[in-house]
Structure formats: structure tokens, C-alpha cells
Design a protein around this ligand. Structure first.
Ligand SMILES: [Zn+2]
Length: 137
């Protein structure tokens, strides 16, 4: 696999292959522990954007996402709300919502939020979902 930052070797991790629907963007995401581990939680939030995009989200350091095809800069960015705090990124060709990221470098700016629904070969029923009541935040 690619060099650079990888999770501590003592902890089990898994690297997933993912893509948008049309394949313009293909990327690999490493998560520790593997998502089938009950300790790995995937966020299922009911806020206005998560519910519309059908997000199931994990949070990983930016360096744990490696693009094989396309690049982050080619995704279309969408922000909303008075502060535009979180940017949402989707494929301009097929519309798949792939990522979200804080727009404030001092507020988790180096973390990427990844939609695991874009992962290949991931059994969604094996996930431990963390229900978040974002609608009422
Ligand atoms: Zn696409």
C-alpha cells in the first residue's frame, strides 16, 4: 500500500476501496479498528444534510484517504448555514456525496469525514451505527 501515515501497527486496521457511482473518483480509506469491529462506530445522523445525502459517516485523519483516481480538488464543494462550517463534497458528474470536511483549520481541519456508503464490499448490516440527533443540535 502507499507509504506515509498509517495507523499504529499494533492496532488492527483495514483499508477500504471506495468510489463515486460513475468512477471518476476512486479512493482508499484506512480505518482503525476495522468497521466490522463493534468498537468502530459509524455515524447515522438525522440532520438536514445527512438525511438527504444518506450519509453513514466515519472520521479519519486526512492522510488516511488516498485518491487513486481524481483528486479532492476536483470534487464539487457545498456549504450552507450562516457559518459554512462544514463543506460537503460530491462528484460533479454523478452527484455521489463522498466526503465532508471542516472549513475551519482550527476545528478538526485535518480530519476527513467519509461516507462509507461509497465503500465497495462493505456489509452495511455489520456496522455499529451511532445514532446522532443532529436535527436538534
Ligand atoms: Zn462520479
Amino acid at each position: 500500500m502507499s507509504s506515509g501515515n498509517t495507523p499504529e501497527s499494533s492496532k488492527p486496521s483495514q483499508t477500504y476501496t471506495a468510489s463515486c457511482h460513475c468512477g471518476r473518483f476512486k479512493y482508499h480509506v484506512t480505518h482503525s479498528p476495522p468497521l466490522s469491529d463493534p468498537e468502530a462506530s459509524v455515524t447515522n445522523c438525522n440532520c438536514s444534510i445527512c438525511s438527504r445525502n444518506g450519509y453513514l459517516l466515519i472520521y479519519v485523519p486526512e492522510s488516511f484517504v488516498q485518491f487513486e483516481k481524481g483528486s479532492h480538488d476536483e470534487l464539487t464543494k457545498y456549504t450552507f448555514g450562516p457559518k459554512h462550517k462544514i463543506a460537503h463534497y460530491f462528484c460533479p458528474s454523478c452527484g455521489t456525496s463522498c466526503f465532508a470536511q471542516s472549513t475551519d483549520p482550527n476545528f478538526y481541519g485535518d480530519m476527513k469525514v467519509v461516507n462509507v456508503r461509497t465503500f465497495h464490499d462493505l456489509d452495511l448490516k455489520s456496522l455499529t451505527l451511532k445514532e446522532v440527533d443532529g436535527k436538534n443540535f
